[in-house]
Design a protein around this ligand. Structure first.
Ligand SMILES: [Zn+2]
Length: 214
């Protein structure tokens, strides 16, 4: 096949892909993410405090277009969304790190990795333009956190993680995709501190809206 016909074939596939595509945020046809949904992913930083008192900086609220895009990245394999979502994460993550900071994604289960073929927090850090250091691993297999209350979530993940290697007092920033109560980030922070790291902050792409304030 000549290079021109290869290009035509590839162009045809891209066109077919785009014709069948719809916006991840609002289902508008013909594009993967429309301009107005892209605007909805502009970072609007907010703070969340975990049960153990760790302050988490989140770039987005986990609702509306942002929640739909994150669900599609996590559950539907739409990895192209990691780029605009990673850009939002960068807004809170980049100012919080120095060249010596370890950027540590919260570990994901082996079964989730097998299902998806990628680790969402790690991918988001890469798309934020930074290098993740995956020093945390899961040593226990916690049950799905969905449907559990604050205390049950903390008990479910307690002692579930371990840091590989020795931190030697190095500064670490934790990164997760979505923070709900923060029990997972608390456990990640405990494991990092037990491994000799100094956890200076925690970041999340999105925080679920607090419903207990009103
Ligand atoms: Zn849209």
């Amino acid at each position: 096949m000549s290079s021109a016909s290869v290009l035509r074939a590839v162009g045809g596939e891209i066109a077919a892909f785009l014709l069948g595509a719809s916006c991840a945020g609002c289902d508008a046809p013909g594009q993967l993410l429309c301009a107005s949904c892209r605007l909805e992913l502009a970072p609007a930083a907010r703070e969340h405090v975990t049960p153990a008192g760790l302050r988490v900086h989140a770039a987005l609220g986990y609702d509306g277009v942002a929640a739909r895009c994150i669900r599609r990245l996590k559950s539907d394999g739409e990895t192209h969304l990691a780029r605009p979502l990673g850009a939002a994460l960068a807004a809170v993550l980049v100012p919080a790190v120095s060249p010596s900071t370890w950027i540590v994604p919260v570990p994901t289960s082996r079964s989730a990795f097998r299902r998806r073929g990628y680790r969402v927090p790690e991918l988001l850090v890469r798309r934020a333009g930074l290098a993740p250091q995956s020093v945390l691993s899961l040593v226990a297999r916690p049950a799905d956190q969905r449907g559990l209350g604050i205390e049950d979530r903390a008990a479910n993940v307690h002692a579930a993680m371990r840091a590989r290697g020795a931190g030697g007092g190095a500064e670490a920033v934790l990164v997760d995709d979505v923070v709900t109560t923060g029990a997972t980030l608390d456990e990640a922070s405990r494991a990092l501190r037990a491994g000799g790291f100094r956890v200076v902050s925690a970041m999340a792409l999105a925080a679920t809206p607090r419903r207990d304030r009103f």
